[in-house]
Write a protein that binds this ligand. Structure first.
Ligand code: NDP
Ligand code: 8X3
Length: 259
């Protein structure tokens, strides 16, 4: 799809991993980007790079998506042209901890629920009314295989991603009559992300979970998101469940070396 110069894509969690890789993909195709995340320095670097390399327009918004009023303030700071978001990529999210339910940490649970569910809702509530008014738009939620199956010690993270799956379906039921597409991508393990590092609270040793097999890369997911976003108007890909070839399910992984 060659983007009309005015098309706007808003990506939450664009400072690393899947969000960052997807921002590069859309930038290359000439979309204008609204990039969000908490790390302002990274957002500034991306803005500089994309403007120089692709001559697109880039707006950066640094805020914590768990904070409803900060999210509202950031979106309300956009002028009317930027507010016309064509594609909303609800990507910001994370796993915290890997504990059985009786040992889980409340702050981990709250961070996951507030980010993966409530944050996704806050921004969708702010962006979707404009889409309804214009009777067009595409919301793409980043779910996970963890939104389709549950694995040991994945309890709350899996619950948040099951909630994303339900919200994707619910949003689609509510928004279809307004010509809005709602899709989700459900990847298995993805490297070139900070996902494992965050899950294990910055412990680089514990975060080495991809060394004995080939998982997906953030670029694989970005390519798929772009594919979903670039279908003809009458086509909506509702969900893409994707894993690396060596992964069969959340718990079944061929760890006999990278192949
Ligand atoms: P990363 O940790 O690399 O990226 C997460 C992004 O979310 C960062 O840009 C981060 O930005 C942003 N983010 C996290 N918390 C907040 C917050 N409170 N406010 C604003 N932004 C926030 O991980 P991934 O790229 O892997 O994760 C992206 C999505 O993909 C998540 O929803 C994750 O659950 C999902 N996913 C990941 C898989 C994997 O194996 N990696 C597999 C399946 C799904 P910043 O820190 O600057 O705020
Ligand atoms: C990330 C994939 O298997 O770590 O959503 O839950 S997994």
């Amino acid at each position: 799809m060659k983007a009309p110069y005015s098309k706007v894509v808003l990506i939450t969690g664009a400072t690393s991993g899947i969000g960052k890789a997807t921002s590069a993909r859309f930038a290359k195709q000439g979309f204008n980007l609204i990039l969000t995340g908490r790390r302002l320095g990274i957002l500034e670097e991306l803005k500089k790079k994309y403007k120089r390399k692709y001559a697109i327009k880039v707006k950066i918004l640094s805020f914590d998506i768990r904070d409803a009023s900060a999210t509202k303030k950031a979106i309300n700071s956009l002028d009317s042209n930027w507010k016309k978001v064509d594609i909303l990529l609800n990507n910001a999210g994370l796993a915290k901890g890997f504990d059985p339910i009786h040992k889980g940490k409340l702050d981990h649970w709250e961070t996951m629920i507030d980010t993966n569910i409530k944050g996704l809702l806050y921004i969708s509530r702010l962006i979707s009314p404009g889409m309804v008014k214009r009777r067009s738009g595409h919301i793409i939620n980043i779910c996970s295989t963890a939104g389709h199956e549950v694995y040991p010690k994945g309890n709350v993270y899996c619950a948040t991603k099951h909630a994303v799956d339900a919200l994707t379906k619910g949003m689609r039921l509510d928004l279809t009559e307004y010509g809005i597409k709602v899709s989700q991508i459900s990847p298995g393990a993805v490297e070139e992300t900070e996902f494992a590092l965050n899950r294990f609270d910055g412990d680089t040793e514990k975060a080495k979970i991809y060394e004995d097999y080939n998982p997906l890369t953030s670029r694989d997911v970005a390519r798929t998101i772009y594919f979903v976003a670039s279908q003809p108007k009458h086509v909506n890909i509702q969900d893409v469940l994707m894993m690396g070839r060596q992964q069969a399910s959340s718990t079944q992984i061929d760890r006999s070396g990278r192949k």
